[in-house]
Design a protein around this ligand. Structure first.
Ligand SMILES: Cc1ncc(COP(=O)(O)O)c(C=O)c1O
Length: 373
């Protein structure tokens, strides 16, 4: 691809989708999805038209399990489940499965933004949930320190959001010495960087950024945390049922799991997660470099806590945000409007966003400032 020509009258030659999720797929994955359906259009059944218990689909599951374990270093004593209802359903599943381990029915939550707050509110339906640290006072521009002494005694778990999609912050050093299993919502950074699963009791992630289509969640659970669900837990949210049935107790979203297998193969083909992480760091550095150079734009997260996947910024003259986003769109840069609760601008650069797209956006930022600044 060649560099685009920002602010021209000609229609854009390329379109880049910076949407926060559902998000752009790597091009080779989109092509393989098309092939899957075209190849079977006349001569048989595509992957969404065969039994989830048959060899073709269980082959997809084998690929997913083997590749996720290999690429992410998932230890043998951690289960890998696929559950319905996206990331938000895990806000219920986590307390339903774990709170019974706490005599006081208590757990801690780190408040770092919108999705952390949603997790807390849902958790509070099942126990005496406590906020153990928060960056609300500084408009979620950072990751707060978590001190073990602030965690409730006998807590069943401590919940955090490893990357904050709306505010564009992320954890680099996860809390040490917390007196309960750590649970991470990794929806917006799963498979974008290496993660040490041994530090976590549970990691969950909605599919629709780096894993595939929306509506499903990938959930890893350490073995000793399985089997403690409250009696009222819906069967399909019980981790023990997923462990027994390989997440095939009912029919899973076979298309989403097929796409996940392609996403994992794509990561493998890039050279693995460390290679993908390096590329993602380079993409983010390019955009932050452009934003830091300019007095026209203002990244909102503190530099040491900046997200690599959600780059959030504002225009110094905020009244021009609408003009910026509209012009960007007409130039082929889609999905840049900030989350409706915070405004501003957000460029989401998950695995599917090629480096060319990021370079083109950086060029657009420069040109916008030069010609309209
Ligand atoms: C960090 C985080 N958690 C949870 C969610 C909600 O995901 P879902 O719509 O799959 O429930 C999102 C959605 O963007 C998210 O970014």
């Amino acid at each position: 691809m060649t560099e685009r020509s920002p602010l021209s009258d000609a229609p854009p030659r390329y379109t880049y989708n910076f949407c926060a999720g559902p998000a752009t797929l790597p091009r080779p994955v989109a092509e393989r999805i098309r092939e899957e359906f075209l190849a079977h259009a006349e001569d048989g059944a595509s992957i969404v038209e065969v039994s989830h218990k048959g060899p073709r689909f269980t082959g997809v599951l084998d690929t997913v399990e083997t590749l996720y374990r290999d690429l992410c270093g998932l230890p043998a004593d951690h289960h890998l489940f696929f559950m319905h209802g996206g990331a938000r359903m895990q806000c219920s599943a986590v307390p339903l499965n774990l709170i019974g381990r706490s005599a006081a029915r208590t757990a801690g939550y780190v408040e770092t933004g919108l999705f952390a707050q949603q997790a807390f509110r849902e958790g509070a339906r099942y126990g005496d949930m406590r906020t153990v640290a928060s960056s609300a006072a500084t408009a979620f521009d950072r990751i707060p320190a978590v001190r073990p002494q602030d965690c409730p005694e006998g807590a069943a778990f401590i919940h955090l959001t490893s990357n904050n999609t709306v505010y564009g912050t992320r954890w680099t050093d996860f809390p040490q010495d917390v007196p309960a299993p750590l649970v991470a919502d990794a929806t917006s950074d799963i498979l974008s960087r290496r993660i040490d699963h041994t530090r976590f009791g549970v990691v969950y992630a909605g599919f629709m950024k780096n894993l595939g289509p929306s509506g499903m969640a990938l959930v890893t659970v350490r073995d000793d945390l399985v089997g403690h669900a409250l009696p009222s837990t819906p069967r399909l949210l019980d981790y023990a049922v997923h462990a027994r049935t390989r997440s095939l107790d009912n029919t899973p979203n076979t298309f989403a799991l097929f796409v996940l297998s392609l996403m994992l193969e794509w990561v493998r083909d890039q050279g693995g997660l460390a290679a993908v992480e390096r590329t993602n760091e380079a993409k983010a550095a390019l955009l932050y470099g452009e934003l830091d150079r300019s007095a026209f734009f203002r990244p909102t997260a503190r530099p040491e806590h900046r997200s690599v996947t959600n780059i959030v910024f504002r225009l110094a003259d905020e009244s021009r945000t609408g003009e910026f986003v509209a012009l960007a769109e007409s130039e082929g840069f889609l999905g840049l409007r900030g989350h409706r609760t915070v405004g501003g601008v957000r460029a989401s650069v998950y695995n599917g966003m090629p480096e060319d797209g990021v370079r083109a956006l950086a060029g657009f930022l420069r040109e916008f400032e030069r010609l309209r600044g």
